[in-house]
Design a protein around this ligand. Sequence first.
Ligand SMILES: Cc1cc2nc3c(=O)[nH]c(=O)nc-3n(C[C@H](O)[C@H](O)[C@H](O)COP(=O)(O)O)c2cc1C
Length: 305
Amino acid sequence: MVKLGFSIGDLQFKNPVITASGTFGYGSEFDDFLDISRLGGIVVKGTTLEPREGHPYPRMAETASGMLNAVGLQNKGIDYFEKNIYPRLSEYTTNVIVNINGSCIDDYVALTERINRLEKIPAIELNISCPNVKMGGMVFGTNPVSAREVTKAVRRVCLKKLIVKLSPNVTNIVDFARIAEEEGADSISLINTLLGMSVNVRSMKPSLSTITGGLSGPAIKPVALRMVWQVANTVKIPVIGMGGIMNADDAIEFILAGASAIQVGTASFIDPLASVKILEGIESYLVTKGFSDIREITGLINRSK
Ligand SMILES: Cc1cc2nc3c(=O)[nH]c(=O)nc-3n(C[C@H](O)[C@H](O)[C@H](O)COP(=O)(O)O)c2cc1C
């Protein structure tokens, strides 16, 4: 048996495959397809203090090798989550991580305090990188001063492991990774979607109601991989890589570049079994190559320089 586990501080993950926020619902949507407890973890839908309607339709558009979305963090808010979703989530024997979002620092802090009470949630993913909400999200993640302030404020109250999710819509990703580490993040995840747009030439209108939206899928993989490599070479805390991972080879590229774990996003829309197939593929790759522990290949390209 190959060892696939990794850890964030003292929080153990049985394997490095985690599903990405906003692309896997609350897990239960996938119960008919796979045993979620096989995964290293799931990051549930972006959650806010108050319910959010999200943006008007159309809010999804297919692009070359990618997908644009402007869902706008639609969710039912933390009260609904705590009462109706959390009891079901706590049955999974995998790490269930809540992705948190806010319009101001106080929102993030209040939400963190609410999640502190949820015993079965071992970690928070702080989303300072959503490109499709006017207030909050990327506004925090693309400005070094506010990125620092929100991370510091959440860290001060957060009793869980804190994963800070970075936006790729910046000039120098490394600056933001350093800020997250300096302010006490236990891990960094990246990348969120890249800001993009598309126009429908038949209707002569933008494809999305919001005009711009977040680009995900294979189209962003080389950018994501470059950023993960840069960040993994900068910080000491574990890095979770994502962006266009569709199969095990894609995942292994991120691990070789320095990611301790990966998240599967858009791929789950195409194949609900993508995450488990990626997990099985990573395992057989390691067996074929004669490795007994995934950590032997984590960041290998950097070591062999
Ligand atoms: C429809 C959709 C909704 C998303 N919602 C969230 C969200 O609520 N919070 C978040 O941090 N990221 C969200 N993301 C970003 C993904 O978690 C991931 O960072 C991004 O899609 C890149 O990975 P991928 O190319 O594998 O999809 C969303 C992505 C998509 C496609």
